[in-house]
Design a protein around this ligand. Structure first.
Ligand SMILES: *Cc1c(COP(=O)(O)O)cnc(C)c1O
Length: 359
Protein backbone atom coordinates (compact mmCIF):
# COMPACT_ATOMS: atom_id res chain seq x y z
CA UNK A 1 0.00 0.00 0.00
CA UNK A 2 1.27 3.47 -0.89
CA UNK A 3 -0.40 6.59 0.41
CA UNK A 4 0.31 9.69 -1.67
CA UNK A 5 0.53 13.28 -0.52
CA UNK A 6 -2.95 14.42 -1.43
CA UNK A 7 -3.36 18.17 -1.97
CA UNK A 8 -6.98 17.93 -3.12
CA UNK A 9 -9.23 20.88 -2.33
CA UNK A 10 -12.05 18.53 -1.45
CA UNK A 11 -13.03 15.83 -0.85
CA UNK A 12 -9.64 15.95 0.77
CA UNK A 13 -7.06 14.13 2.84
CA UNK A 14 -8.18 12.68 6.18
CA UNK A 15 -5.93 11.76 9.12
CA UNK A 16 -4.46 8.32 8.57
CA UNK A 17 -5.19 7.36 12.18
CA UNK A 18 -8.87 8.07 11.59
CA UNK A 19 -8.96 5.93 8.45
CA UNK A 20 -7.19 3.11 10.29
CA UNK A 21 -9.63 3.21 13.17
CA UNK A 22 -12.57 3.25 10.76
CA UNK A 23 -11.00 0.28 9.01
CA UNK A 24 -10.55 -1.61 12.29
CA UNK A 25 -14.17 -0.95 13.22
CA UNK A 26 -15.58 -1.58 9.76
CA UNK A 27 -17.03 -5.05 10.31
CA UNK A 28 -17.80 -4.85 14.00
CA UNK A 29 -18.26 -1.51 15.68
CA UNK A 30 -17.47 -1.89 19.38
CA UNK A 31 -18.92 -5.40 19.70
CA UNK A 32 -22.20 -4.46 18.09
CA UNK A 33 -21.58 -7.17 15.50
CA UNK A 34 -22.17 -4.73 12.66
CA UNK A 35 -20.71 -1.80 10.81
CA UNK A 36 -21.83 1.73 11.69
CA UNK A 37 -23.20 1.76 8.13
CA UNK A 38 -25.59 -1.04 8.96
CA UNK A 39 -26.91 0.41 12.17
CA UNK A 40 -30.28 2.05 12.83
CA UNK A 41 -29.94 5.75 13.40
CA UNK A 42 -32.45 5.25 16.23
CA UNK A 43 -30.26 2.68 18.00
CA UNK A 44 -28.65 3.39 21.33
CA UNK A 45 -25.21 2.77 19.84
CA UNK A 46 -25.72 5.30 17.08
CA UNK A 47 -27.31 7.80 19.40
CA UNK A 48 -24.13 7.65 21.42
CA UNK A 49 -22.02 8.28 18.29
CA UNK A 50 -23.92 11.39 17.21
CA UNK A 51 -24.23 12.78 20.74
CA UNK A 52 -20.51 12.29 21.37
CA UNK A 53 -19.72 13.91 18.02
CA UNK A 54 -21.75 16.97 18.99
CA UNK A 55 -20.27 17.14 22.48
CA UNK A 56 -16.70 16.88 21.14
CA UNK A 57 -17.34 19.53 18.53
CA UNK A 58 -18.85 21.82 21.16
CA UNK A 59 -15.80 21.31 23.34
CA UNK A 60 -13.31 21.84 20.50
CA UNK A 61 -14.91 25.03 19.20
CA UNK A 62 -16.21 26.25 22.54
CA UNK A 63 -19.85 26.40 21.42
CA UNK A 64 -22.17 27.71 24.15
CA UNK A 65 -25.65 26.33 24.85
CA UNK A 66 -27.49 29.10 23.04
CA UNK A 67 -26.17 27.75 19.73
CA UNK A 68 -27.55 24.61 18.08
CA UNK A 69 -25.22 22.23 16.27
CA UNK A 70 -26.86 20.49 13.32
CA UNK A 71 -25.60 17.66 11.11
CA UNK A 72 -27.37 18.05 7.77
CA UNK A 73 -27.10 17.04 4.12
CA UNK A 74 -27.23 18.78 0.77
CA UNK A 75 -23.72 20.20 0.77
CA UNK A 76 -22.72 23.79 1.26
CA UNK A 77 -24.89 24.50 -1.76
CA UNK A 78 -28.09 23.76 0.11
CA UNK A 79 -27.06 26.31 2.73
CA UNK A 80 -26.94 28.91 -0.04
CA UNK A 81 -30.74 28.43 -0.06
CA UNK A 82 -31.50 27.50 3.55
CA UNK A 83 -29.78 30.58 4.93
CA UNK A 84 -31.93 33.13 3.08
CA UNK A 85 -35.13 31.08 3.43
CA UNK A 86 -34.71 30.73 7.19
CA UNK A 87 -33.02 33.96 8.17
CA UNK A 88 -34.80 36.60 6.14
CA UNK A 89 -37.57 38.30 8.06
CA UNK A 90 -37.34 41.66 6.33
CA UNK A 91 -36.46 40.07 3.01
CA UNK A 92 -33.13 41.89 2.83
CA UNK A 93 -29.57 40.64 3.15
CA UNK A 94 -26.07 41.96 2.43
CA UNK A 95 -23.45 39.81 0.72
CA UNK A 96 -19.70 40.24 0.44
CA UNK A 97 -18.54 38.55 -2.74
CA UNK A 98 -14.95 37.32 -2.48
CA UNK A 99 -15.02 34.32 -4.78
CA UNK A 100 -17.11 31.84 -6.68
CA UNK A 101 -18.76 30.27 -3.66
CA UNK A 102 -19.81 33.62 -2.25
CA UNK A 103 -21.04 34.65 -5.67
CA UNK A 104 -23.08 31.50 -6.03
CA UNK A 105 -24.63 32.07 -2.61
CA UNK A 106 -25.33 35.70 -3.54
CA UNK A 107 -27.09 34.68 -6.76
CA UNK A 108 -29.09 31.90 -5.10
CA UNK A 109 -30.28 34.20 -2.32
CA UNK A 110 -31.80 36.57 -4.88
CA UNK A 111 -34.62 34.08 -5.32
CA UNK A 112 -35.82 34.89 -1.83
CA UNK A 113 -35.42 38.60 -1.29
CA UNK A 114 -33.52 41.79 -1.96
CA UNK A 115 -29.85 40.93 -1.88
CA UNK A 116 -27.24 43.67 -1.84
CA UNK A 117 -23.64 43.14 -2.87
CA UNK A 118 -21.93 45.46 -0.38
CA UNK A 119 -18.33 44.57 -1.28
CA UNK A 120 -16.51 42.48 -3.84
CA UNK A 121 -12.99 41.61 -4.93
CA UNK A 122 -13.97 40.47 -8.40
CA UNK A 123 -12.14 43.45 -9.95
CA UNK A 124 -8.82 41.74 -9.28
CA UNK A 125 -9.85 38.14 -9.90
CA UNK A 126 -10.74 37.64 -6.21
CA UNK A 127 -7.08 37.83 -5.20
CA UNK A 128 -7.71 39.81 -2.02
CA UNK A 129 -10.20 40.42 0.78
CA UNK A 130 -11.69 43.91 0.57
CA UNK A 131 -11.62 46.33 3.50
CA UNK A 132 -14.84 45.59 5.35
CA UNK A 133 -14.39 47.94 8.30
CA UNK A 134 -16.97 50.51 7.21
CA UNK A 135 -19.33 49.10 4.61
CA UNK A 136 -22.68 50.41 3.58
CA UNK A 137 -24.71 47.90 5.61
CA UNK A 138 -28.41 48.00 4.74
CA UNK A 139 -30.55 49.33 7.56
CA UNK A 140 -33.01 46.46 7.40
CA UNK A 141 -30.54 43.69 6.48
CA UNK A 142 -31.41 40.42 8.20
CA UNK A 143 -27.78 39.32 8.02
CA UNK A 144 -24.40 39.95 6.43
CA UNK A 145 -22.94 37.02 4.49
CA UNK A 146 -19.33 36.05 3.88
CA UNK A 147 -17.38 33.08 2.58
CA UNK A 148 -14.62 33.12 5.16
CA UNK A 149 -12.00 31.09 3.33
CA UNK A 150 -12.11 31.18 -0.44
CA UNK A 151 -11.12 27.69 -1.45
CA UNK A 152 -10.61 28.41 -5.12
CA UNK A 153 -8.68 31.68 -4.83
CA UNK A 154 -6.81 31.01 -1.59
CA UNK A 155 -7.89 34.06 0.38
CA UNK A 156 -9.19 34.29 3.93
CA UNK A 157 -10.85 36.93 6.07
CA UNK A 158 -8.28 37.57 8.79
CA UNK A 159 -10.54 40.28 10.22
CA UNK A 160 -14.28 39.77 10.23
CA UNK A 161 -16.37 42.50 8.60
CA UNK A 162 -17.88 45.21 10.74
CA UNK A 163 -21.55 44.28 10.37
CA UNK A 164 -22.73 47.25 12.44
CA UNK A 165 -24.80 45.06 14.68
CA UNK A 166 -26.24 42.75 12.02
CA UNK A 167 -25.86 39.01 12.36
CA UNK A 168 -22.92 37.55 10.49
CA UNK A 169 -23.36 34.36 8.44
CA UNK A 170 -20.20 32.57 7.36
CA UNK A 171 -19.48 29.76 4.93
CA UNK A 172 -16.56 28.14 6.74
CA UNK A 173 -16.38 25.03 4.58
CA UNK A 174 -12.68 25.19 3.82
CA UNK A 175 -11.38 26.60 7.12
CA UNK A 176 -13.68 24.95 9.66
CA UNK A 177 -11.67 23.74 12.68
CA UNK A 178 -8.38 24.83 11.13
CA UNK A 179 -8.02 27.35 13.95
CA UNK A 180 -10.13 28.61 16.87
CA UNK A 181 -13.06 30.90 16.11
CA UNK A 182 -15.41 32.83 18.38
CA UNK A 183 -18.90 31.62 17.54
CA UNK A 184 -20.38 34.52 19.52
CA UNK A 185 -19.36 36.81 16.66
CA UNK A 186 -21.65 34.93 14.27
CA UNK A 187 -25.34 34.26 13.96
CA UNK A 188 -24.74 31.18 11.86
CA UNK A 189 -21.78 29.30 10.44
CA UNK A 190 -21.88 26.33 8.13
CA UNK A 191 -19.30 23.98 6.68
CA UNK A 192 -19.32 21.12 4.23
CA UNK A 193 -17.12 18.61 6.02
CA UNK A 194 -15.40 17.19 2.94
CA UNK A 195 -12.74 19.90 3.09
CA UNK A 196 -11.37 19.61 6.57
CA UNK A 197 -13.46 17.33 8.75
CA UNK A 198 -14.79 14.21 7.05
CA UNK A 199 -16.26 12.58 3.95
CA UNK A 200 -18.64 14.36 1.56
CA UNK A 201 -22.30 14.23 2.48
CA UNK A 202 -22.31 15.92 5.88
CA UNK A 203 -22.97 19.57 6.45
CA UNK A 204 -22.44 21.14 9.85
CA UNK A 205 -24.54 24.16 10.76
CA UNK A 206 -24.05 26.08 13.99
CA UNK A 207 -26.87 28.53 14.56
CA UNK A 208 -27.82 30.86 17.39
CA UNK A 209 -31.12 29.72 18.84
CA UNK A 210 -33.04 32.95 18.38
CA UNK A 211 -32.45 32.75 14.62
CA UNK A 212 -34.35 29.48 14.41
CA UNK A 213 -37.83 30.44 13.27
CA UNK A 214 -41.18 28.78 12.94
CA UNK A 215 -42.93 31.37 10.80
CA UNK A 216 -41.45 30.33 7.48
CA UNK A 217 -43.12 30.65 4.07
CA UNK A 218 -45.80 28.04 3.48
CA UNK A 219 -43.99 26.60 0.50
CA UNK A 220 -40.83 25.88 2.48
CA UNK A 221 -40.06 22.13 2.47
CA UNK A 222 -39.82 20.60 5.95
CA UNK A 223 -36.29 19.43 5.20
CA UNK A 224 -35.16 23.03 4.64
CA UNK A 225 -36.26 24.27 8.06
CA UNK A 226 -33.53 24.60 10.68
CA UNK A 227 -36.27 24.29 13.27
CA UNK A 228 -37.22 20.77 12.20
CA UNK A 229 -33.61 19.61 12.44
CA UNK A 230 -32.95 21.45 15.69
CA UNK A 231 -36.11 20.10 17.36
CA UNK A 232 -35.12 16.58 16.34
CA UNK A 233 -31.41 16.78 17.22
CA UNK A 234 -30.45 16.18 13.56
CA UNK A 235 -32.49 12.95 13.56
CA UNK A 236 -35.66 14.16 11.83
CA UNK A 237 -34.91 11.77 9.00
CA UNK A 238 -32.01 9.38 8.46
CA UNK A 239 -28.87 11.50 8.77
CA UNK A 240 -25.65 10.63 6.90
CA UNK A 241 -24.80 8.19 9.67
CA UNK A 242 -21.43 6.92 8.50
CA UNK A 243 -20.16 10.35 7.54
CA UNK A 244 -21.05 11.73 10.97
CA UNK A 245 -19.20 8.79 12.54
CA UNK A 246 -16.05 9.67 10.57
CA UNK A 247 -16.42 13.29 11.68
CA UNK A 248 -16.65 12.05 15.26
CA UNK A 249 -13.31 10.28 14.83
CA UNK A 250 -11.78 13.45 13.39
CA UNK A 251 -13.04 15.43 16.41
CA UNK A 252 -11.35 12.92 18.72
CA UNK A 253 -8.18 13.20 16.62
CA UNK A 254 -8.24 16.98 16.99
CA UNK A 255 -8.80 16.72 20.74
CA UNK A 256 -5.91 14.29 21.13
CA UNK A 257 -3.71 16.60 19.08
CA UNK A 258 -4.33 19.40 21.56
CA UNK A 259 -7.37 21.19 20.15
CA UNK A 260 -7.76 24.09 17.77
CA UNK A 261 -4.98 26.28 19.20
CA UNK A 262 -2.51 23.50 18.53
CA UNK A 263 -4.04 22.85 15.12
CA UNK A 264 -3.63 26.51 14.22
CA UNK A 265 0.03 26.44 15.28
CA UNK A 266 0.68 23.45 13.04
CA UNK A 267 -1.27 24.95 10.13
CA UNK A 268 0.66 28.22 10.39
CA UNK A 269 3.91 26.31 10.35
CA UNK A 270 2.89 24.36 7.26
CA UNK A 271 1.62 27.43 5.38
CA UNK A 272 4.75 29.40 6.22
CA UNK A 273 6.99 26.77 4.68
CA UNK A 274 5.10 26.97 1.41
CA UNK A 275 4.61 30.74 1.33
CA UNK A 276 8.25 31.41 2.25
CA UNK A 277 9.30 29.23 -0.63
CA UNK A 278 6.92 30.98 -3.05
CA UNK A 279 8.20 34.38 -1.91
CA UNK A 280 11.81 33.40 -2.57
CA UNK A 281 11.26 31.39 -5.74
CA UNK A 282 12.17 32.83 -9.13
CA UNK A 283 9.90 30.40 -10.94
CA UNK A 284 6.81 29.96 -8.79
CA UNK A 285 4.69 32.74 -7.44
CA UNK A 286 1.63 32.99 -5.24
CA UNK A 287 -1.41 34.64 -6.78
CA UNK A 288 -2.88 36.24 -3.67
CA UNK A 289 -2.27 39.50 -1.85
CA UNK A 290 -0.08 38.66 1.13
CA UNK A 291 -2.38 40.07 3.79
CA UNK A 292 -5.27 37.93 2.52
CA UNK A 293 -3.50 34.59 2.29
CA UNK A 294 -5.31 31.44 3.35
CA UNK A 295 -3.73 28.88 5.66
CA UNK A 296 -5.58 26.12 3.85
CA UNK A 297 -5.51 26.70 0.10
CA UNK A 298 -2.37 27.97 -1.59
CA UNK A 299 -2.67 28.78 -5.31
CA UNK A 300 0.47 29.45 -7.34
CA UNK A 301 1.66 29.70 -10.93
CA UNK A 302 4.85 29.68 -12.95
CA UNK A 303 3.46 32.19 -15.45
CA UNK A 304 3.78 29.66 -18.25
CA UNK A 305 0.84 27.33 -18.79
CA UNK A 306 2.93 24.60 -20.37
CA UNK A 307 5.36 24.66 -17.48
CA UNK A 308 2.43 24.49 -15.05
CA UNK A 309 1.23 21.39 -16.83
CA UNK A 310 4.67 19.82 -16.77
CA UNK A 311 4.98 20.57 -13.07
CA UNK A 312 1.60 19.01 -12.26
CA UNK A 313 2.50 15.88 -14.22
CA UNK A 314 5.94 15.44 -12.70
CA UNK A 315 4.62 16.17 -9.22
CA UNK A 316 2.01 13.47 -9.67
CA UNK A 317 4.65 10.95 -10.69
CA UNK A 318 6.60 11.87 -7.57
CA UNK A 319 3.58 11.23 -5.32
CA UNK A 320 2.20 14.76 -4.88
CA UNK A 321 -1.30 14.59 -6.30
CA UNK A 322 -4.30 16.81 -7.06
CA UNK A 323 -2.18 19.95 -7.37
CA UNK A 324 -4.06 21.27 -10.39
CA UNK A 325 -5.73 24.62 -9.77
CA UNK A 326 -9.51 24.95 -10.00
CA UNK A 327 -10.73 24.46 -13.56
CA UNK A 328 -11.79 28.12 -13.71
CA UNK A 329 -8.44 29.63 -12.67
CA UNK A 330 -5.75 27.21 -13.87
CA UNK A 331 -2.25 27.06 -12.42
CA UNK A 332 -1.64 25.05 -9.27
CA UNK A 333 -3.24 24.91 -5.87
CA UNK A 334 -1.94 23.06 -2.84
CA UNK A 335 -4.67 22.51 -0.28
CA UNK A 336 -2.95 21.88 3.01
CA UNK A 337 -5.85 21.05 5.30
CA UNK A 338 -5.56 19.87 8.91
CA UNK A 339 -4.80 16.30 7.93
CA UNK A 340 -1.91 17.15 5.59
CA UNK A 341 1.19 16.21 7.55
CA UNK A 342 3.97 18.78 7.77
CA UNK A 343 6.34 16.36 5.98
CA UNK A 344 4.00 16.55 2.98
CA UNK A 345 4.58 20.28 2.69
CA UNK A 346 8.32 20.03 3.33
CA UNK A 347 8.67 17.38 0.64
CA UNK A 348 6.51 19.32 -1.81
CA UNK A 349 8.73 22.38 -1.37
CA UNK A 350 11.83 20.23 -1.91
CA UNK A 351 10.26 18.92 -5.08
CA UNK A 352 9.36 22.43 -6.27
CA UNK A 353 12.90 23.57 -5.61
CA UNK A 354 14.28 20.70 -7.65
CA UNK A 355 11.84 21.45 -10.47
CA UNK A 356 12.83 25.10 -10.42
CA UNK A 357 16.52 24.26 -10.74
CA UNK A 358 15.82 21.88 -13.62
CA UNK A 359 13.71 24.37 -15.55
C1 LIG B 1 -16.45 23.25 -1.55
C2 LIG B 1 -17.11 24.49 -1.11
C3 LIG B 1 -18.47 24.72 -1.34
C4 LIG B 1 -19.35 23.74 -2.10
O1 LIG B 1 -19.61 22.62 -1.33
P1 LIG B 1 -20.63 21.48 -1.78
O2 LIG B 1 -20.62 20.57 -0.62
O3 LIG B 1 -20.10 20.88 -3.03
O4 LIG B 1 -21.96 22.12 -1.98
C5 LIG B 1 -19.01 25.88 -0.85
N1 LIG B 1 -18.28 26.78 -0.18
C6 LIG B 1 -16.97 26.60 0.05
C7 LIG B 1 -16.19 27.62 0.81
C8 LIG B 1 -16.35 25.45 -0.41
O5 LIG B 1 -15.03 25.27 -0.17
Amino acid sequence: MTRVYNFSAGPAVLPEEVLRQASDEMLDYQNSGMSVMEMSHRSKTYDNIIKTAEADLRELANIPDNYKVLFLQGGAHLQFSMVPINLMKNGVADYIVTGQWAKKAYIEAQKYGTINKIASSEDKCFSYIPDCSDLNISKDADYVYICENNTIYGTKFHTLPNTKGKDLVSDMSSCFLSEPFDINKYGLVFAGVQKNVGPAGVQIVIIREDLIREDLPKWCPEMLKYKIHADNSSLYNTPPTYGIYICSLVFKWLKNLGGLNKMKEINEKKAKILYDFLDSSKLFKGTVEKSSRSLMNVPFITGDENLDKKFIEQAKDAGFVQLKGHRTVGGMRASIYNAMPIEGVIKLVEFMDKFEKAN
